[in-house]
Design a protein around this ligand. Structure first.
Ligand SMILES: [Zn+2]
Length: 66
């Protein structure tokens, strides 16, 4: 065990990972399932990193990032 065991909330019953609604960019190419979290993109109109198609914004429920 190393590192993260002493952050206070690691004791007690295990909590499931909290899921939150998250803005993501989703590839518009039906043959591609590329997507990324909006907070990972610095572009206003990003291109898919896999196929270079344009991307559209969508809301997804994803595990919360700490
Ligand atoms: Zn794509």
């Amino acid at each position: 065990m190393k590192g993260d065991a002493d952050m206070g909330f690691s004791r007690g019953p295990k909590e499931p990972v909290k899921e939150v609604e998250t803005n993501v960019w989703v590839c518009t190419n039906d043959d591609c399932n590329g997507w990324m979290r909006e907070s990972y993109s610095f572009e206003e109109d990003p291109k898919c990193p896999f196929c270079k198609s344009s991307m559209k914004q969508e809301m997804r429920v994803l595990p919360e990032l700490k």
